[in-house]
Design a protein around this ligand. Sequence first.
Ligand code: NAG
Ligand code: NAG
Length: 184
Amino acid sequence: MFKSGSTSVLLLTLLFESGNFLIMKRGFAAGRTNVTVRCPKPTSCNVDGFEKHWYKMDNYCVRYYNQPLNFSDAEFSCREKAPGAHLVSVHNKKHNEILLDIVKKFNPNNLRIWLGAFELFQSGKFLWLDGSFWDYEIWTTGEPTNIYNSKEECLEMNWKETGRWNDDACSYKKNYICAFKIPS
Ligand SMILES: *[C@@H]1O[C@H](CO)[C@@H](O)[C@H](O)[C@H]1NC(C)=O
Ligand SMILES: *[C@@H]1O[C@H](CO)[C@@H](O)[C@H](O)[C@H]1NC(C)=O
């Protein structure tokens, strides 16, 4: 997971210009690794009523839910949390890193989460639930494995390779991140 501690620290330092760091001590699941990780402090969302628990990701507010649900229930749950909210979409590497940092902050021992995309009718093509373009992807090596069939139609992050995506069965229950666009 953290093979190259100094590289991740450097990467995170580059990604988060704010210089607003927080040192966190982590005991990893296996208990074999015991390193002190430098984590960027997510910036809280500055939308009225959503300052608590919601974090800024460019023009989105995002929030982690530690409440395993299947993919469809997770999406419906997001829709109830805020106007225009869906399971989160990811459009660039920076978004992907921010989401990973949020999951690590809240649940370092279980990083797997649903992201807001699914394969449309065995087409081999994935769509974001919020209707945004599919303009970025970062799959786990060898994934997605079950395109053109209906076994694994939903998108998750952090299965075998931290920070990367996998297609998985939509009926599995996973934690998730919701997002809504900050009204302009
Ligand atoms: C991890 O490091 C902390 C602080 O250095 C220490 O107190 C703790 O015992 C260590 N845990 C393990 C499992 O080695
Ligand atoms: C998710 O669970 C609900 C019940 O809470 C069920 O009705 C629905 O079919 C499930 N969806 C999937 C994709 O398994």
